[in-house]
Design a protein around this ligand. Structure first.
Ligand code: FMN
Length: 187
């Protein structure tokens, strides 16, 4: 599969199989993030891998899923992610302006995971304070987002947007994600 096909096929996944992801696989994703572009090459981002059952379930309580179709989009019992990677900024390295670095790093991890059949959900509707407490982050480690991960148990699709950008489940229960057309976004 070429990169464009991979990008087209990638969708946010919110239903996962109950199969653990090894520390080595997760470290490989962080290594992909490590190699991403970084403003002034400062590389202020730090990562926490979470794949022990107890902490994974604690973090599950601190995240919100698929606002447009809540609570229908929540992973049901047994469909929860099996790992998270918390993406953080080290404010000892840089004080502010992490969005660009975060986007490049997170997307690198998402695409690498996708290429291996591992689904992901980039999450920022999260309880930053609580997650930082659970993960015992020191003062200089600012949580930016979490990436929920697991083997895929659903295959959402994209459709060209007609009237609304709100994703929806179709009559077969498949998540459809409207994307603005090329005509709409080209200036
Ligand atoms: C910055 C950002 C924050 C997001 N936060 C959440 C979130 O907290 N919960 C969630 O279920 N999805 C979250 N998403 C996933 C988006 O809902 C999803 O990317 C969007 O609906 C488009 O679907 P697609 O990723 O399948 O193309 C987030 C995505 C981005 C880029």
């Amino acid at each position: 599969m070429n990169i464009y096909e991979l990008i087209s096929k990638r969708r946010t996944v919110r239903k996962f199989l109950p199969e653990k992801l090894s520390e080595d696989i997760l470290k490989k994703y962080v290594s992909a993030a490590r190699l991403a572009p970084s403003g002034a090459n400062l590389q202020p981002l730090k990562y926490k891998i979470v794949n022990d059952e107890k902490t994974v379930s604690e973090i599950f309580e601190c995240v919100k899923w698929a606002a447009y179709i809540a609570p229908e989009g929540n992973p049901k019992k047994g469909e929860e992610p099996t790992a998270y990677i918390a993406v953080c900024a080290d404010t000892d390295i840089k004080k502010e302006g992490f969005e660009g670095d975060m986007g490049a790093a997170v997307m690198s991890m998402i695409l690498l995971a996708e290429s291996e059949g591992v689904g992901s959900c980039w999450m920022q509707a999260i309880d930053y304070k609580k997650i930082s407490e659970i993960l015992k982050f020191p003062e200089n480690i600012k949580l930016l987002c979490v990436l929920a991960l697991g083997k895929k148990a659903e295959t959402p699709v994209f459709v060209d947007k007609t009237d609304s950008i709100k994703y929806f489940k179709d009559e077969n229960g498949i998540l459809n994600v409207p994307k603005r057309t090329l005509e709409e976004i080209l200036l």
